[in-house]
Design a protein around this ligand. Structure first.
Ligand SMILES: Cc1cc2nc3c(=O)[nH]c(=O)nc-3n(C[C@H](O)[C@H](O)[C@H](O)COP(=O)(O)OP(=O)(O)OC[C@H]3O[C@@H](n4cnc5c(N)ncnc54)[C@H](O)[C@@H]3O)c2cc1C
Length: 381
């Protein structure tokens, strides 16, 4: 399967999205859970190792190619889209500072789908990033951790938490650590949170670390490298990928809206004959294409080895805001019946709200873009 061409992967992705994925989506909504068999199915189809290089057991696709597949996968139920996105993104973060032994123990099994690791940054009492408050104290061959993390996806099923904390007494970017915390680490309490608005069935945890012991050998990079592992190398492609998931979900919403507009007759005419509806459809299609091109532009630069921090922030910002506009119009075209759970647009509308939080809100993306604008301007003075 590793030798599939891009065209073959695309055919496989479209077939899966049109076929088995629809039935899985219905199962998730009806039962409120994402059964293990869905993870197994995605893994067996090879969809969890698409973005990794061949030497790691991945498909060896370029980032541009991977994003075009991800657009298709984003037509699926939000919880399945999240699995494909996270599993194809997180290996980069773990790999960025992994020793050869850590690569064998964590990165390659993650790409194979033998283990699960989840990104663990957000805290109830601090801002994400240099403001983190969870502390670590060295005690022999262990770190002793105290603090809290919350909204951590896959907390119910993950094997390790890729957890970011800081050495006691440090502040800002100094003294941060990236640790792979096993779910059975002594002193780690995992409480599952209430279900979220969308991505039904995906579990999110509130972690309490009370003198939680983690071996020093589970640290990625050196002391002080924590935020580098969290952000550098990983976040830029991952934010671009989220932008592309917005393109996929928006395309599906547009398709549903256009179909509904052709079928629904009011005052003797299908909605699709009304100029107002046509204007909305045209605006949605243009919005989607603009987001797609922003993502592909960032991906081309990434494939070329260039830095894409600003381009990735723009792709994510525009993509997530675009998805909001498109799902809102698509729901409006459906009329009241679209608001009922029997309608696919109801689920898409709910799921769409999540992407504006994942991996940095719109406001955080704007801060990244503004920093670049100001830097360029000052360089020209
Ligand atoms: C479904 C879901 C799954 C998630 N999964 C994970 C996960 O697996 N791992 C993980 O670590 N986190 C996860 N998160 C957390 C997510 O990354 C955060 O919600 C997001 O980064 C925003 O942080 P916050 O919630 O602490 O908001 P806050 O930091 O409290 O921000 C609240 C609002 O203020 C704005 N704001 C904050 N600071 C500034 C500033 N300096 N300037 C201007 N505006 C600002 C924000 O943009 C936001 O609109 C998840 C969240 C959701 C909803």
């Amino acid at each position: 399967m590793a030798d599939r061409t891009f065209h073959e992967w695309m055919t496989a992705a479209k077939g899966y999205v049109e076929g088995p994925a629809k039935a899985w989506g219905d199962t998730i909504e009806k039962t409120g859970t994402v059964p293990q068999v869905i993870w197994d199915d995605l893994r067996q189809h090879g969809f969890l190792r698409l973005s990794a290089p061949r030497e790691y057991g991945g498909s060896g696709l370029s980032f541009v190619q991977y994003l075009q597949l991800l657009e298709q996968f984003a037509h699926m139920h939000g919880s399945m889209r999240v699995i494909v996105h996270v599993m194809n993104s997180l290996w980069r973060s773990v790999d960025s500072k992994a020793t050869p032994a850590q690569r064998e123990k964590f990165v390659l099994p993650l790409i194979r789908g033998d283990i699960r690791i989840t990104f663990t940054l957000t805290e109830p009492n601090s801002g994400s990033g240099a403001d983190i408050k969870t502390t670590a104290r060295r005690d022999g061959d262990d770190y002793v951790l105290n603090g809290e993390k919350w909204m951590i996806i896959f907390s119910d099923v993950t094997d390790y938490f890729l957890l970011f904390c800081r050495l006691e007494g440090t502040t800002g970017g100094d003294g941060t650590l990236a640790l792979l915390v096993p779910r059975d680490a002594p002193g780690l309490i995992i409480e599952m949170m209430e279900p979220a608005m969308g991505i039904t069935g995906t579990g999110h945890g509130h972690l309490k670390l009370m003198n939680c012991r983690v071996p020093v050998e589970n640290r990625l990079g050196d002391e002080g490298d924590g935020l580098d592992v969290a952000f550098r190398g990983f976040l830029d492609p991952s934010r671009t990928a989220i932008g592309m998931t917005c393109v996929g979900a928006a395309s599906r919403s547009l398709e549903l809206a256009a179909q509904h507009a052709q079928n629904r007759v009011t005052f003797g005419q299908p909605l699709a004959k009304r100029q107002t509806i046509q204007m909305w459809l045209a605006e949605m299609a243009t919005d989607i294409q603009a987001a797609r091109l922003l993502c592909l532009h960032a991906a081309e630069k990434f494939d070329g080895g260039e830095s894409i921090t600003t381009e990735a922030a723009m792709a994510k910002l525009f993509g997530t805001e675009m998805l909001q506009r498109v799902t809102d119009k698509a729901l409006q075209i459906h009329g009241g019946i679209g608001y009922f759970k029997s309608s696919e647009i109801e689920r898409l509308y709910r799921d769409a709200r999540m992407q504006r939080f994942e991996e940095g809100t719109s406001e955080i993306q704007k801060m990244v873009i503004a920093r670049d604008v100001l830097k360029r301007a000052s360089e020209r003075v």
